[in-house]
Design a protein around this ligand. Structure first.
Ligand SMILES: C[S@@+](CC[C@H](N)C(=O)[O-])C[C@H]1O[C@@H](n2cnc3c(N)ncnc32)[C@H](O)[C@@H]1O
Length: 277
């Protein structure tokens, strides 16, 4: 079979990292997650994925994915017909993992990514792709006018690549257009952003994180009524996520949480809730 060459901008290329992470894990006999579509897509792409081999960050990416899955699943248990927007979806397969038969779903990313994604996924009556930047509020109008709330916005490994002013404007737009929305995103503290050139996977790509945030709690001040409802590090994940990791890595994370506490604290996964109207 002819392989497809992904033609992607620098930030867009980063989608290949979590995709590969899920494929690697799926190929293991007792991996922490199963994503056969990720294996298919990695096999179908003409890209040198071996540059990421052996990077411990792949495990971190999978733990992050499992935590975001848990948050979305929890939302869908409360709101089975709610709407999920996967912001900066890349070639993510969260819908495949979590579809409950009634959720409304949007996969949003930049046009070159959506063009690539359309080679692997199709729109259906409950799931649509949107080619747009997260910073363009037009997508919020499209979501609001065509799909019922409440809304869950999953921005996994996306906003860290934007300048802070743009992240602030995304928060402002969400508060205005999608009141009551939940927003899941990670934050990278300045010590992580400042040392990213030696990061085990980021060093292999051209994209660079732009937004550093030392205290996700401080984002509550960005919008009146915004609340941080959960915030986790890799070493403090909910049990259903943590126990998917092999025992020796769990021990390693605990040790790191003690001897390299500031490094562990520098990377956080956060769940926000915007005030309702
Ligand atoms: C590290 S990848 C994460 C992909 C996916 N969330 C996952 O976990 O598999 C970052 C993604 O964010 C997307 N992205 C970056 N800037 C964006 C923007 N301004 N608007 C929409 N998507 C963006 C990239 O194209 C890429 O797909």
């Amino acid at each position: 079979m002819d392989k497809r060459t992904p033609r992607l901008g620098d930030v867009q290329e980063t989608l290949l990292i979590p995709l590969y992470a899920r494929a690697v894990e799926t190929r293991k006999p007792r991996g922490m997650l199963r994503d056969p579509r990720a294996v298919e897509m990695v096999d179908a792409l003409d890209y040198d994925f071996s540059r990421f081999d052996g990077a411990k960050s792949l495990l971190g990416a999978n733990l992050r994915t499992l935590l975001f899955d848990l948050w979305v699943r929890d939302f869908l248990e409360r709101h089975p017909s709610g709407t999920v927007v996967e912001i900066g979806t890349g070639l993510n397969t969260r819908f495949e993992r979590l579809d409950n038969g009634t959720v409304h779903w949007f996969d949003l990313d930049l046009p070159d990514v959506i063009a690539l994604r359309r080679g692997f996924f199709e729109d259906t009556d409950r799931r649509r792709m949107i080619a747009a930047s997260v910073t363009d509020p037009g997508w919020m109008e499209e979501v609001r006018s065509s799909s019922p709330g409440p809304y869950f916005l999953a921005a996994e490994a996306v906003l860290i690549y934007l300048e802070e002013e743009l992240v602030r404007s995304v928060f402002r737009q969400i508060a205005e257009r999608l009141p009551g929305a939940r927003l899941a995103l990670e934050t990278a503290a300045s010590r992580m952003v400042d040392t990213q050139d030696s990061h085990d996977v980021l060093a292999k790509v051209a994209a660079r994180m732009r937004w550093s945030c030392d205290d996700p709690g401080a984002l509550e001040h960005w919008q009146p009524g915004l609340s941080l409802t959960d915030s986790r590090t890799l070493a403090h994940l909910p049990a259903p996520v943590a126990r998917r990791l092999a025992f020796h890595y769990r021990v390693l994370l605990r040790v790191m949480a003690t001897i390299r506490r500031r490094d562990i604290e520098a990377y956080r996964f956060n769940l926000f809730r915007f005030p309702a109207e």
